[in-house]
Design a protein around this ligand. Structure first.
Ligand SMILES: N[C@@H](CCC(=O)N[C@@H](CS)C(=O)NCC(=O)O)C(=O)O
Length: 221
């Protein structure tokens, strides 16, 4: 099984965390977005979006991190995707994460990290809209997490990894997720999971590398 991605990407991190949590051996193939490796004909043949992560297991070729995570959990019948009604609860929060929860943070990572690396000022209107969306949906998650250990039931599911992934960019986005007490307590629990910790260390290491790469542009800007 191969995962194509960048360890600095929170979408790649969701997939790598799932594989590590399940103890699955995967071959990691680094795709350097900054030198356009995601735009080569070979890569676009695997994933016509030119995004990361991409996954290959024999004839199975997937893009979309959540689809890859579901594939991995089902491959080993893991309770990360539980049975019965809990399965639909898990999927509900995963779809919600994509449709609502991660949209604001995606704007912030562009505005406050990617564009800043290139020496651009942030767009105040886009940032204000993103923060408004983040507050709206984090309040919903906070209400749900009151009195709960994890998003679905008392053990982690794929929904926890999907929802925690944008929090891993807080140092860059300065998104106010941790101002919500139940979200903050839940994130502390997620941070205690060995698989999540390991991918977090690798992510921060890679982010430092990226920042070093762009340093001349930053000081020139
Ligand atoms: N919904 C996609 C999002 C993938 C995505 O946007 N990845 C970013 C990196 S975190 C990317 O590849 N950006 C490069 C581009 O859009 O060209 C998923 O869950 O896999």
């Amino acid at each position: 099984m191969k995962v194509y991605g960048d360890r600095g990407s929170s979408n790649t991190r969701r997939v790598l965390t799932t594989a590590a949590y399940l103890g699955l051996e995967i071959e990691f193939v680094f795709v350097d977005l900054f030198s356009g490796q995601n735009r080569t004909p070979q890569y676009l043949a695997l994933n016509p979006n030119g995004t990361i992560p991409t996954f290959v297991d024999g004839e199975v070729m997937l893009f979309e991190a959540s689809a890859i995570m579901i594939y991995l959990a089902e491959k080993v019948s893991s309770p990360l995707l539980p049975a019965g009604n809990a399965k639909y609860e898990t999927l509900k929060w995963m779809f919600w994460a994509a449709e609502h929860f991660r949209r604001g943070p995606t704007v912030l990572i562009e505005q406050r990290f990617m564009d800043r690396l290139k020496g651009h000022e942030e767009d105040e209107t886009l940032v204000a809209e993103a923060l408004q969306a983040i507050n709206r949906y984090t309040a919903v998650l906070d209400g749900h997490l009151r009195g709960r250990q994890f998003v679905v039931g008392d053990a982690p599911t794929l929904a926890d990894f999907d929802l925690a992934s944008p929090l891993s960019h807080i140092p860059r986005t300065r998104a106010p997720f941790l101002e919500y007490p139940h979200v903050a307590a839940w994130y502390e629990r997620v941070n205690k999971l060995t698989a999540w910790q390991a991918t977090g260390v690798a992510q921060e290491h890679r982010i430092c590398e990226i920042e070093r790469l762009f340093k001349p542009v930053q000081s020139w800007a």
